[in-house]
Design a protein around this ligand. Structure first.
Ligand code: HMG
Length: 411
């Protein structure tokens, strides 16, 4: 690793403790199960219970990512989401308190559909490289929600990922140079008054692919790196078959030739394993795919990973990273597998009940029923404020208190 290297020191994800099996969902919707399982490439989708939101999921992912990291060096917390819980206050501030991070931190929320996590990651890299910050915690969390019974429904999911960016990139250094593509399109959007996204599904796939090809060309022009310089490729995964479609187009754009299915599989398959079990997690999806790649295949040090982020609306970004020698030692593979294994299956009726749950919007006090969660949960609301709590003794006691800042100001 070069003395200048900046990149991912640690990465951990968190998924809700509940899932729906895609074959059961297909049966309930009168669809052929093979369409969901093979056509879309999804086996299960995670469902967030009423006491989970992007804050609890993001804090739980960060709790894992920070396990062997010196938290006193975290100078910024960047939170990427398109399922935010407040129009003004950044979810990063709740996470910052739940984790007991230093008050000298900067905290902010980023938004541009699924791509904002990558803008946050590249900004974190630049801050650390410039010497302004020592470490940046990047958190990405989302709940993917479409209308029940709509074509988008089987591409839902929920989850969060957290990455620590520093000058000790024990997992992957982030390379200089990227390619971006922005275009004003209405392929997927969610007006402020809606809980479910609106989407022009087939069009969104076309725009995803166009953005990939444009971003790749700019990345190639900026860095001189050719397709063959990349050992593996990771994609934003709204559903896993999207990566197959996208990669086939990238191969042709970048090499002028078609690749055999087997060769394409070598490039992308290990990165698809987790998302197939989780579903779309919007901002978190690309980095859960990265965990999937690194935890399901052993790759040589300095192997280059090409990464494509896509956020509807739209923004595409192609960038790359180099694996660090010994990176496998710092992954949280066992914890990730445990989370996936220990989920509770919901019937379609139970999932629909969770889907329809709504917090009161009139400011009255309301306690959210307890479900299975990670180390943090949404305990309730009062006076239009969300009340979060830790669920385990190892969580610092001050995270249990909801209004610790009510003390008089002394300067
Ligand atoms: P649809 O119309 O229900 O499905 O919508 P379809 O008819 O296109 O079928 C899907 C695939 O299943 C096809 O495969 C069928 O042939 C196959 P393909 O031809 O494309 O290879 N199929 C079958 N296979 C086996 N056995 C069968 C069978 N029947 C059909 N019996 C769509 C699919 C993805 C459009 C829909 O689910 C949707 O609208 N999803 C939400 C939007 C989305 O995921 N877009 C992806 C790109 S945009 C993006 O990634 C951004 C996003 O993450 C948001 C953000 O940025 O914030 C969404």
């Amino acid at each position: 690793m070069s003395a200048e290297a900046v990149g991912i020191e640690s990465v951990g994800f968190y998924v809700p403790r509940y899932f729906v099996d895609m074959r059961r969902l297909a049966a309930a919707r009168g669809a052929d199960p093979d369409k969901y399982v093979h056509g879309l490439g999804q086996h299960k989708m995670c469902v967030a219970p009423p006491d989970e939101d992007v804050v609890t999921m993001g804090a739980s992912a960060a709790h894992l990512a920070l396990r062997d990291v010196d938290e006193s060096e975290i100078d910024s917390v960047f939170f990427a989401t398109e399922s935010g819980v407040d129009q003004s206050k950044a979810a990063a501030i709740y996470v910052h308190r739940l984790l007991g991070l230093p008050s000298a931190c900067k905290t902010v929320e980023f938004k541009q559909a699924c791509a904002s996590s990558t803008v946050a990651l590249l900004a974190a890299r630049a801050l650390v490289a410039s010497g302004m910050d020592r470490k940046v915690l990047v958190v990405a969390a989302d709940v993917a929600r479409y209308e029940l019974g709509s074509p988008g429904e089987p591409t839902q999911g929920a989850g969060a990922v957290a990455l620590v960016v520093s000058r000790q990139p024990r997992i992957m250094s982030l390379e200089e140079g990227h390619g971006a593509h922005t275009e004003d399109v209405m392929d997927f959007w969610r007006p402020n008054y809606r809980r479910e996204a609106l989407v022009d599904g087939k069009y969104s796939i076309k725009v995803y692919i166009r953005s990939l090809c444009e971003a790749w060309k700019r990345y190639h022009a900026a860095t001189g790196r050719a397709f063959a310089d990349h050992q593996r490729f990771c994609y934003h995964l709204p559903f896993t078959r999207m990566a197959e479609k996208a990669h086939a187009h990238l191969v042709v754009t970048a090499t002028g030739k078609h690749a055999a299915r087997e060769e394409m599989g070598r490039h992308i398959d290990a990165g698809l394993v987790y998302n197939r079990e989780i579903g779309n997690t919007y901002t978190a999806s690309l980095y859960i795919a990265l965990c999937s790649l690194l935890e399901n295949e052993e790759l040589p040090a300095s192997g280059r990973i090409g990464m494509f982020a896509y956020g509807s609306g739209c923004l595409g970004i192609f960038f790359s990273g180099l694996l660090t020698a010994g990176y496998r030692e710092f992954l949280h593979r066992e914890e990730h597998l445990r989370q996936l294994r220990e989920r509770t299956e919901l019937s379609v009726a139970e999932y629909e009940r969770m889907y329809h749950f709504r917090l009161p919007e009139d400011g009255r006090r309301f306690e959210v029923p307890v479900h299975r969660t990670g180390p943090f949960r949404l305990a309730g609301v009062e006076n239009h404020q969300r009340i979060y709590e830790g669920t385990r003794p190892r969580v610092r006691p001050d995270t249990q208190s909801q209004h610790p800042v009510a003390a008089e100001t002394t300067c």
